[in-house]
Design a protein around this ligand. Structure first.
Ligand code: ADE
Length: 228
């Protein structure tokens, strides 16, 4: 899978792309990531990428021409998904991550300053994604969130595919509690069922715990479909 990232701050991705699961995915060629600096596509001598908003008001707006030229340059053919990160987008979910993880090529567009020119959103962007109801300075961190979530779903990246299938949100529920050695820590024992060796019982316990946690913390997830 190829991911193209368009940003004004490519250096923000330097360490991110070499460490942990993303680093593994890139070294295994399960994923390739290209970084393009939108400023390189500005044609005037000052390499201007933003300007004052028509109608007045605070903040600068990213100009359309450099973004348009950057998208034209990186896409291997027209019709590649172009995802723009904005607090106005639909909320990112595991389902959306899975959908894009199965694509061959996507373009992630990181805005900065106020927003990008609306005409790019109308004509080039195919999806607008938010990573939560709060405001960041730009789309770079949301793009990292997306790349990380996609990388760990690429074949051969997670050592144990089971571990992806039992993640929180993979089946619409929050995850169950996990324990490792020692069997007793500061007077707290690992639940007996996990030491029983009875996998049917263990699966049942894990499902019940996942339901309990979801009911407590995120009842909205249960209302999406009938799971009781
Ligand atoms: N850009 C700024 N804030 C954002 C958010 N919460 N999600 C996605 N993109 C953003």
């Amino acid at each position: 899978m190829n991911i193209h990232i368009l940003t004004l701050f490519p250096d923000m991705f330097k360490h991110f792309l070499t460490e942990s699961m993303v680093g593994i995915a890139l070294r295994q060629n399960a994923l390739s990531v290209s970084l393009s600096n939108i400023r390189d596509f500005a044609t005037d001598k000052h390499k201007q990428v933003d300007d004052y908003p028509y109608g007045g008001g605070a903040g600068m707006v990213m100009k359309p021409e450099p973004i348009y030229a950057a998208v034209q340059k990186v896409q291997s053919h027209p019709g590649i998904p172009v995802i723009y990160f904005t607090p106005q987008g639909r909320l990112l979910t595991q389902q959306i991550v899975q959908q894009y993880a199965a694509a061959e090529e996507i373009i992630l567009l990181c805005g900065h300053y106020k927003e990008i020119d609306q005409r790019i959103r109308d004509s080039v962007v195919t999806d607008e994604i938010s990573i939560g109801d709060y405001v960041l300075s730009g789309g770079e961190i949301p793009a990292m969130v997306m790349v990380d979530a996609i990388a760990r779903l690429q074949e051969g990246v997670l050592g144990d595919i089971e571990s992806a299938l039992t993640d929180s949100h993979q089946d619409g529920l929050l995850g169950c509690p996990h324990y490792t050695r020692p069997s007793e820590f500061m007077g707290n024992k690992v639940p007996d069922v996990l030491l029983s060796g009875n996998h049917k019982k263990i699966d049942h316990w894990r499902h019940e715990k996942a339901l309990e946690k979801t009911r407590q913390i995120r009842p909205d997830l249960l209302n999406k479909e009938d799971r009781s």
